[in-house]
Design a protein around this ligand. Sequence first.
Ligand code: PLP
Length: 412
Amino acid sequence: MDDTEVPFPETGRSGDDILEQLRSERAEDIDWKSGRAFSLVYNVDEEDHERLLETVGAMFLHENALNPFKYRTLMRMEREVVAMAASLFGSPPRAGSMSSGGTESIFLAVHTARQVARDRGVEKPQILTATTAHPAFAKACHYLDVEQVRLPVGGDGRAEADAFADHIGTRTALVVGSAPCYPFGVIDPIPDLAALAVENSTLCHVDACLGGWLLPFWERLGEDVTPWDFRVEGVTSLSADIHKYGYCFKGASVVLYRDRELLEKQHFVYDDWPGGLYASATAAGTRSGAPIAGAWATITHLGVDGYLRLARRVQQGTRGFMDAIRSIEELEITAEPDMSVFEFGSRVDDIQAIGDVMDDRGWHLDRQQGGLHVMISPGHDRVVDDFASDLRAAVADHGEARGIEAIYGSVS
Ligand SMILES: Cc1ncc(COP(=O)(O)O)c(C=O)c1O
């Protein structure tokens, strides 16, 4: 039976029956714990961490964060998550909110910038981004009727401040940089972009959805990290996903602002209906309590020492994977990454054909237009040798590419 033709069930099934079906079906799904999957799940590879998140998630599963005054523990946890994030990234404690993920955080930041631009009389606001900016910016612009000007990156994969300077003008509501961008894992020149925003009296957003919860610890491990957070004058908002390198389960991000006045542009308050005053801080109405509790428990459980421990494993894994790729003459890393995310291609072969063999050998490397994408989680340090030998074999022996497309998201 085609899954578009499923009739509404006449009678309910037992929980055991449902669980049995799901367990057996799921056995065919990608095993993210194997270390052979990338990007969609961040594998911490620590049992106690996983158990804690499962327990806390179940504990707050039914609670609704729509009205925080009804669930005071949720309200406290959410405020503390925002305050802890603010202390990590250098913004005031009550100038941010949790959202469901990077896309929502970015949507909110673009909306805030649009409102600020409208307040100063701009009828058709625009934002400036590099071509490597996450599609969430295009999506936000699409929904919010804002123009996105996409500027090409340099040979190192980074945004070029000069190109931004050529396009900035009175309609510019927001200058955007990534820390780092998803395709190549490089950090845009945030100090230059933010300075440009200041000179032109406009706002600057840093998309640290991917790097926000890793870079502070990466830097403490002695890695060279370009300044990218609120320590940089001119950065006015920042998005950082706790469900990525923050190591919470899905549905947890923060959007932070340089001051509370900017945050208030995102608030929505309405009383023109019979149901009483309706106020919400983000795009969602009803919100699950689970990601709030999960985020609070994760940050509290790991602390600086835990995040450093995991960052060290990510660093080891990244070095191992990059060394494996560099040891194969035909392969090259597209742009030297600033973190644990990068693309690699081949000088000689069709990289997609190499990707096909890696698929057959049980690896789930994401495809991009120019190569294969790698995103290292703590658990990947265990599979470096397997990766190196499978990759060597794939380069040495592969056929024609099967034509698998680079697909990042999907609609059904
Ligand atoms: C740099 C960057 N920004 C934004 C996002 C969007 O995050 P989400 O998928 O949580 O909406 C991602 C997702 O990978 C990302 O890598």
